[in-house]
Write a protein that binds this ligand. Structure first.
Ligand code: CMP
Length: 513
């Protein structure tokens, strides 16, 4: 009985209860607030209980009258338990309390405080046990030299990390580039800085490396939002005027909302080079606002450039060697052309407006269409526009017709798809565009120019009648969208409207009765 009393008496020394209470309290707080770090919490508390068990062993040794061994074992495990307590307190203060009062110190601050607390605790316990580590270190030049030498790298990293933080040269969340590695800084620790790349790699840079060598912080500029300039290259033949290429590309890009492309500074297209390869080299320069999707955003812009150039009938230049390889003979071109015309006729047959045309008329029309692709987000027609009166037939994709209301909001009138046409209101009556049309997906269209429509109407005036029906219905829908009226209630005399529209078309195209 006496044996156990002795054991417990020694084990349950003055500090044990205090440490246990502290651990349980802090652990409970952290367990509640830091759900994502529970595994590490369990480890720390596990370590604490191991130390507690060690102290119990010390109690046993004491009861066995092994006083010296008991004292040393006890001290070692008390130090261990204290380390666990310090670690938990560090987490509670730096990850729960300070964030709660809107302070988020970098991780390195926590690390350094915790390390200092470890050292202080270690010294306090040694002194308590009768050893003054400070004076031993101070009097033993040899030990000091060895420790300093061993710590050289670590100290370099700690000081490097601190300096990086203090002079704000890099912060958590910054994108940096070191040699050919670029990624986002996710943590700055006491020894190293962690950088996550776009390829899901985590690169660990020793802080001293970042201190000693140059690195680039991407997209950062004083007093400006984070955005990073990128270049998208393309080539066009020297026979096309650069001013035309630049305006075609810029007009299309500036009109379109493209995800992660900054509005300010706006993207711009410039002629970068005219080398001896026979083509001019252009770059579209833009500022990327979210630095993660760099390649996907470049790709999106390439697609916008391609479609804008295609609509304008401008071909991208090929390298000379590929021109030789793909040089097509006339017969082959004829076959391709024939196939394309058949495809166009098939599409035109689906269009309500052209249902009365004969095979010959359809073929004639098919020959004169212009292939016009649009990238998702392109504004194909803009409400109020008085220029560019073309009629479009959709081959593929969805386009949304919408109107801007006087209160600044926009309202969708209708979504058009394959076989639908639009742009007829402006084209046939000479009025400004009644609505805007935006590509909801990538959209492929055929564009029909005004002179082609004019010829068609002269040859087949009945098309004007057909279209006036469609126009009346569309107008009614538009008015409903614009004024929130009940279409049927607000437009009682549809036949009168139809008559007026038909007269306008006839006047506009000088058609006889
Ligand atoms: P336009 O006015 O030239 O330009 C905008 C186009 O949107 C218009 O021609 C029509 O082709 C189209 N549009 C307007 N209202 C409707 C509607 N109610 N349904 C389908 N298309 C419409």
């Amino acid at each position: 009985m006496e044996f156990w009393e002795k054991t417990i008496g020694f084990f349950w020394g003055g500090e044990s209860l205090a440490l246990l209470v502290m651990v349980l309290f802090v652990w409970a707080m952290l367990f509640h607030f830091r759900r994502d770090e529970r595994a590490s919490l369990v480890n720390t508390v596990g370590f604490f209980f191991v130390c507690l068990f060690g102290q119990f062993i010390a109690g046993l040794l004491h009861a066995l009258d092994l006083a010296r061994a008991a004292a040393v074992t006890h001290e070692v495990f008390v130090i261990g338990a204290g380390v666990a307590v310090i670690r938990l307190w560090g987490q509670l203060v730096f990850r729960v309390v300070l964030p709660a009062v809107k302070l988020t110190p970098p991780r390195i601050t926590e690390d350094i405080f915790v390390i200092i607390a470890y050292i202080a605790w270690f010294m306090v316990r040694l002194r308590y046990a009768g050893l003054d580590l400070g004076s031993i270190l101070a009097t033993s030049a040899m030990i000091t030299a060895v420790v300093a030498f061993a710590m050289q790298d670590t100290l370099g990293n700690i000081l490097g990390g601190l300096a990086l933080q203090l002079d704000n040269s890099v912060e958590v969340g910054d994108w940096i580039k070191v040699d050919d590695i670029s990624g986002r800084v996710v943590d700055i620790r006491w020894r190293s800085t962690l950088v996550e790349t776009r390829n899901w790699e985590t690169v660990v840079f020793p802080n001293s490396q970042l201190m000693k060598n140059k690195f680039m912080v991407l997209g950062r500029r004083t007093d400006q939002p984070v955005q990073w300039r990128r270049w998208v290259w393309f080539n066009v033949g020297l026979d096309i005027a650069p001013t035309r290429v630049v305006s075609v590309v810029e007009d299309s890009i500036l009109q379109t909302e493209i995800a992660n492309v900054a509005k300010n500074p706006a993207p711009n297209c410039i002629l970068m080079d005219m080398d001896n390869k026979g083509y001019a080299r252009y770059a579209l320069r833009y500022w990327l606002t979210d630095l993660t999707p760099d390649d996907p955003t470049d790709a999106m812009l390439r697609w916008h450039i391609m479609t804008a150039l295609q609509r304008a009938g401008i071909k991208l230049a090929l390298e000379e060697k590929s021109i030789h390889i793909t040089k097509e003979n006339e017969k082959y071109e004829e076959v391709v052309h024939h196939r394309e015309v058949l495809l166009r006729i098939k599409t035109l047959r689906r269009v309500e407006l052209f249902s009365q045309l004969t095979e010959v008329e359809l073929r004639e029309l098919a020959e004169r269409l212009r292939y016009s692709p649009f990238a998702k987000g392109n504004i194909i027609a803009r409400q109020g526009d008085v220029r560019s009166h073309w009629l479009y037939v959709i081959i593929n994709g969805d386009a949304e017709v919408f109107v801007d209301l006087s209160n600044g909001k926009r309202r969708t009138v209708r979504t058009l798809g394959r076989g639908d046409f639009f742009g007829e209101m402006g084209l046939l009556t000479g009025a400004p565009r009644s609505a805007s049309v935006i590509a909801k997906t990538d959209v492929e269209c055929y564009r029909i120019d005004k002179d082609v429509v004019e010829e068609l109407l002269h040859n087949r005036p009945s098309i004007a009648e057909e279209v006036s029906h469609i126009l009346v219905t569309r107008r009614a829908e538009l008015d409903t969208a614009l004024q929130n009226l009940d279409a049927t209630g607000a437009h009682p005399d549809l036949s009168q409207q139809r008559y007026e529209i038909l007269e306008t078309i006839k006047r506009f195209f000088s058609l006889g009765n």
